[in-house]
Design a protein around this ligand. Structure first.
Ligand code: HEC
Length: 278
């Protein structure tokens, strides 16, 4: 992995507000939103983490899985007197007492829990059907189909660059060269890669996240994106946006980050330890 990619992996993340959050351990405000510099100093400003779209809001709370959770965290949240401070607790995360202090962005990276591989594996298996059903509500063929495709991740793993969510990677038949990872070369037109996701709150509750999709279009579609069309399907099946389609501007950050892998046809692959080799 080249230096730039390591840097991206370790320092950038997709903020939940669909901005790119750059997190620096030395920064007093870990959630700096590149696409919304006006709010960089104030993570509780109107447009950001406490807005309706964020997963800590009441509407998203209804989105919590009723079947899957992380038992250890659920137990800790019940027994730990500090659990009430959990920024994703039902009370308003933008209330005065809260989140703009330590941990800054209440609904971004800081609100994501880090769990063990074993916990992530269990959560991923538990969420599989729920995610499949969620994305199947989308009109996007990939969102209906991805679960039937070969999976390239051995289990759910945390992706710093996709909002600290836990993700799994799938590829359509035309994308089968993906199994060669860095040796995959340029994907053929029609190849599709999809990444399902869910988030884990500090209190152990799990929520379905977006499906991230890359589809290789014909040559000339969009040079800057390596002719990839990026799409993002929300967990209610709604299309958030796609390159050169709905909300194209808001999807530019996908291109920008993946461009750092232009030597690998804009593919970033997954951490070695979670790769399934076929
Ligand atoms: C800040 C960098 C960054 C941004 C922004 C980003 N990605 Fe990724 N993406 C990665 C990295 C790194 C990987 C592989 C490792 C991982 O899963 O974390 C990846 C993997 C993927 C994959 C699996 C194919 C591959 O490249 O190996 C898909 C599909 C994907 N991203 C879609 C998207 C979409 C859609 C968006 C925008 C909504 C997006 N990504 C935004 C960094 C990014």
């Amino acid at each position: 992995m080249n230096k730039q990619r390591v840097l991206l992996l370790s320092t950038t993340a997709i903020g939940v507000g669909l901005a790119i959050a750059v997190t620096s351990p030395n920064s007093p405000l870990p959630g700096i939103f590149l696409t919304a510099p006006a709010h960089a100093q104030n993570p509780c400003a109107a447009s950001n983490p406490c807005a309706a779209a964020n997963p800590c809001s009441a509407s998203a709370a209804a989105n919590h899985s009723t079947k899957c959770d992380v038992p250890r965290l659920v137990k800790e949240a019940k027994t730990n007197p500090c659990a009430a401070k959990n920024p994703c607790a039902p009370k308003n995360p933008c209330a005065a007492s809260n989140p703009c202090g330590a941990g800054a962005n209440p609904c971004g990276a800081a609100a994501a829990a880090t769990i063990t591989d074993a916990e992530a594996k269990r959560a991923g298996e538990c969420m599989q059907d729920e995610l499949k059903a969620a994305y199947a509500k989308s009109a996007l063929p990939a969102a209906k189909m991805f679960a039937t495709w070969p999976r390239y991740s051995s289990q759910a793993y945390q992706s710093a660059t996709h909002g600290e969510r836990y993700v799994q990677n799938y590829g359509s038949d035309k994308a089968k060269a993906y199994s060669k990872y860095e040796e995959a070369g340029v994907m053929p037109t029609g190849a599709v890669l999809a990444k399902s996701s869910f988030s884990v709150a500090p209190d152990g509750r799990i929520s379905a996240g977006p499906l991230f999709v890359m589809e290789k279009m014909s040559a000339g579609f969009h040079t800057e994106s390596g002719d990839w069309k990026y799409s993002m399907v929300m967990s209610d099946g709604a299309l958030f946006g796609e390159t050169k389609g709905k909300n194209s501007g808001a999807m530019q950050f996908c291109i920008d980050c993946h461009q750092s892998a232009s030597d690998y046809d804009h593919l970033m692959f997954l951490p070695e330890e979670y790769r399934i080799k076929r």
